[in-house]
Design a protein around this ligand. Sequence first.
Ligand code: 5GP
Ligand code: ZN
Length: 109
Amino acid sequence: MPDCLFCKIIEGSIPSDTVYEDADVFAFKDIHPKAPVHVLVIPKKHVATLADCNDPAVLGLLMNRVRTIADDVLNLAAGYRVVINVREGGGQEVFHLHAHILGGKKLPF
Ligand code: 5GP
Ligand code: ZN
């Protein structure tokens, strides 16, 4: 296994505030929330960054789970923002692919 913070969160060796888990994805609250609701959705398969992920199955699954977690688990029917930071220049700090779900208030762009 890569020495990866989010892989350790998936396996439970680092605790997290889990909001959803299934065979393919894991979702948990961001430790430094940027909005009233700030959840990270990650594939269980380790993928370092979106730019390196030439796998439509992983990407499709991740986006589909973002959609269902936002509606069914987080009750964000009013709307939300999805952010994926890519590599250092895009602000990525943890190199395990993750989608941020941000919501719970009107978000300025
Ligand atoms: P990035 O900048 O890579 O897109 O986002 C990484 C996110 O992971 C940041 O928003 C940061 O607050 C969050 N984060 C970093 N370490 C931890 C941790 O140990 N637990 C949780 N729940 N979130 C973390
Ligand atoms: Zn990982």
